[in-house]
Design a protein around this ligand. Structure first.
Ligand SMILES: C[S@@+](CC[C@H](N)C(=O)[O-])C[C@H]1O[C@@H](n2cnc3c(N)ncnc32)[C@H](O)[C@@H]1O
Length: 256
């Protein structure tokens, strides 16, 4: 708990991120990772290996862009550091722990960035005001050798809606935010690796509920790979409730 409080207190963030709960969410992820290190290990390793295995697709003369760096738990820092043009990690929240880890990697920079382009306006709007997020997320479309959206797509609506969305308006807003991210990824002039969970399996008393976290219609065809993230073994969220996320990796715009 103390570590989570310190993570939240020492984090820096883009305007609107703290009031939207992103700082406390990332502090919470740090706590959950400490408690569930063994259960998360396979997912974190799989994400790192998947990214590392596709870095050969990147233009060597331009940096890799990795979005959703968070705490860097699923980010292969040494492999990104070895890319000749280096790497730029971005996230709405910059934690002290990642800042310290990056001191060992001279070829990696970190920048705070809101990949939805909506956090600041949302925070400034009066509660309930009608606001429309960008239809195409304001991502940098040129200048990178490869882009990676790293375990963040399902999380993007959480700053603006309940999870799962409470009503039709929230469902529409969540879909708009996710579609805007995917549209921008598709417009990038480099290979793009999208890693995201798309379904949440909740098991209680032998009964399984399936909750969509990213509509399959939004996803760009068949995934390259899929795997499970045992995100909350029984007891983490509630007694007797076990939660697993179905994760996939998609490659867009790669040179064959
Ligand atoms: C599940 S975490 C990804 C895990 C992360 N790669 C790690 O290893 O800690 C989702 C990340 O998306 C970031 N995020 C959520 N909304 C964002 C936004 N609008 N702009 C940029 N980053 C955002 C969160 O701060 C968080 O770090």
């Amino acid at each position: 708990m103390l570590r989570e409080t310190l993570t939240a207190l020492t984090a820096r963030s883009v305007p609107g991120a703290r009031s939207a709960g992103l700082v406390s969410e990332l502090a919470g992820i740090r706590g959950r990772h400490r408690r569930q290190r063994a259960a998360w290990q396979a997912h974190l390793q799989h994400s790192k290996e998947c990214i590392t295995a596709h870095l050969y697709q990147a233009d060597q003369s331009e940096p890799i862009l990795l979005m959703g760096a968070g705490l860097g738990l699923d980010v292969p820092l040494a492999a990104l550091n070895a890319h000749p043009a280096g790497a730029l990690l971005v996230d709405a929240v910059e934690t002290l722990s990642l800042r310290w880890r990056l001191r060992r990697f001279a070829n990696i920079r970190f920048e705070r960035m809101d990949v939805t382009g909506f956090l600041k306006d949302y925070a400034a709007a009066k509660h309930g005001a009608a606001l429309v997020p960008p239809a195409i997320a304001p991502l940098p479309l040129v200048g990178h050798g490869m882009a990676i959206s790293c375990n963040m797509l399902s999380q993007l609506p959480l700053a603006f809606t309940s999870s799962p969305p409470l009503d039709a308006d929230e469902t529409t807003l969540a879909a708009t935010i996710q579609k805007a991210h995917i549209r921008a990824l598709m417009l990038m002039d480099c290979p793009v690796l999208l890693i995201t969970d798309h379904e949440r399996l909740e098991v209680r008393d032998g009964h399984t509920s399936r909750i969509t976290t990213v509509d399959p219609k939004f996803l760009p065809g068949d995934p390259l790979e899929t795997w499970d993230w045992h995100v909350a073994p029984a007891g983490e969220v509630a007694p007797g409730l076990d939660v697993t996320l179905k994760v996939g990796a998609w490659l867009l715009g790669a040179y064959c």
